[in-house]
Design a protein around this ligand. Structure first.
Ligand code: IMP
Ligand code: MG
Length: 174
């Protein structure tokens, strides 16, 4: 069942880092109208934990983009399949993602929401994986930096499997 014997990031390490991110976001968004937009499906667990680590009155919703399917490389084509149901006018949007890889998805989403009536748009990603970055995108809040590898667990999947694992594992790609 487990993709590897030893986790790359333990549940405890993830939990500690999520609490730190929550504290930082709580400080930065004092007096603002924060809207968390989690990107489905990968960010469902991270967004659930992160929003409970933020001590502010906030709104939370989820969006869905066209995904890779079972492939492991981004097509570069992004489509918004599910839009937010919240009015973003004058609000501070925080896009919450599981992992930024090529950056294509987040670059597109950031640009898309910057054209909305939102006051600001920032990105929070649990993992920032830089090796395959092709799109220009700056991650404002990063949980963990990673050079390479394909990760599963804590919301991250391989063809929809392993999302429920409480820790994060590197998947053997051979
Ligand atoms: P990007 O557009 O290439 O940045 O794609 C980001 C999306 O690819 C993430 O939201 C994930 O769904 C998926 N992805 C990229 N790397 C991994 C990984 O290591 N494990 C699981 N999913 C990944
Ligand atoms: Mg994803």
């Amino acid at each position: 069942m487990l993709p590897a014997r030893k986790p790359l990031l333990t549940a405890r390490q993830i939990q500690d880092r999520v609490l730190e991110l929550g504290r930082q976001i709580t400080q930065d968004y004092q007096g603002r109208q924060l809207v968390i937009l989690g990107v489905l499906n990968g960010a469902f667990i991270f967004a659930a934990d992160l929003c409970r680590a933020i001590a502010l009155d906030l709104e939370i919703d989820f969006i869905r983009v066209a995904s890779y399917g079972a492939a492991t490389v981004s097509s570069g084509t992004v489509r918004l399949l599910q839009k937010p149901g919240i009015d973003l006018t004058g609000k501070d949007v925080l896009l919450v993602e599981d992992i930024v890889d090529t950056g294509a998805t987040m670059a597109w989403l950031q640009n898309h929401f910057r054209q909305s009536p939102a006051r600001s748009v920032r990105i929070c990603s649990l993992i920032d994986k830089k090796e395959r970055r092709t799109a220009e995108v700056e991650v404002d809040y990063t949980g963990f930096d990673l050079d390479r590898g394909f990760l599963v667990g804590y919301g991250l999947d391989s063809a929809e499997h392993y999302r429920n694992l409480p820790a994060i594992y590197a998947l053997d790609e051979d």
